[in-house]
Write a protein that binds this ligand. Structure first.
Ligand SMILES: N[C@@H](CCC(=O)N[C@@H](CS)C(=O)NCC(=O)O)C(=O)O
Length: 223
């Protein structure tokens, strides 16, 4: 049986859980609470010396990168081709995005969340506005590129149907919502894209984001 080790506050963990749910792939969920340091226990460190989630394990085969896990699952299980098309050029488009994703969408949306939510919570200090404005500018450049280089006039980032690229991207762009910030507020084309992604994912989307919605409500009630 496939086992996944996740914390749903983590963007790539949500992408993995949504993918498994939508594609009805049997799995067991093992929660690793990052806020309690459960990723630094000796047992977990043995599984993933990088002490990060998600981790996937199947019959002794361990994988530690969400991108690799999602691609593995499309090969190991029978899932619709649109997620990671076999046609070489279509597949290369998804690979093009996923290679770019980690140092652009993920890096910049995470920085906004870390600056606005995590650091103030951990240190008790107010938000550093200079750092936040800088992070928002960097994210804005990434959103420009998402629109002009990937989405263009299409329905999804890599074509006419949802792929792993859309799934990874949407989970990252949701993260700043934990601090009450909708990063797509002035981006109608990306908002429409997000709605299409959300309807393609069905209930699994809101289900995986429940913990983030709770954090957002807590954040807003403190203002
Ligand atoms: N590139 C990895 C990123 C994994 C990652 O950075 N996970 C974060 C949560 S989103 C984590 O476990 N952080 C714990 C830590 O660094 O202590 C992936 O996509 O799977």
């Amino acid at each position: 049986m496939l086992k996944v080790f996740v914390d749903l506050m983590s963007q790539p963990c949500r992408a993995l859980i949504i993918f498994l749910t939508v594609n009805k792939i049997p799995h067991t969920v093992h929660t690793v609470a990052l806020r309690k340091g459960q990723n630094r226990t000796p047992e977990f460190t043995k599984l993933n010396p990088m002490q990060k989630v998600p981790v996937m394990e199947e019959d002794g085969f361990v994988l530690t990168e969400s991108d690799a896990m999602l691609k593995y699952l499309t090969a190991a299980y029978s899932v619709p081709d649109h997620w990671y098309p076999r046609q070489p050029q279509k597949r290369a488009r998804v690979d093009e995005y996923t290679a770019w994703h980690h140092v652009n969408t993920r890096l910049h949306a995470s920085k906004v969340f870390i600056t606005e939510v995590l650091i103030p919570r951990m240190t008790g200090q107010p938000v550093d506005d200079v750092k936040l404005q800088h992070a928002l500018r960097e994210l804005d450049e990434t959103l420009d590129k998402l629109e002009t280089m990937f989405l263009k006039e299409k329905d999804f980032l890599c074509g006419d149907d949802i792929t792993l690229a859309d799934l990874l991207a949407v989970c990252e762009l949701m993260q700043p919502l934990g601090g009450g910030r909708d990063v797509l507020v002035n981006r109608p084309r990306l908002q429409e894209w997000k709605s299409r992604v959300q309807s393609a994912l069905g209930d699994s989307f809101d289900h995986a984001h429940k913990i983030l919605y709770r954090l957002k409500d807590k954040h807003i009630s403190k203002l």
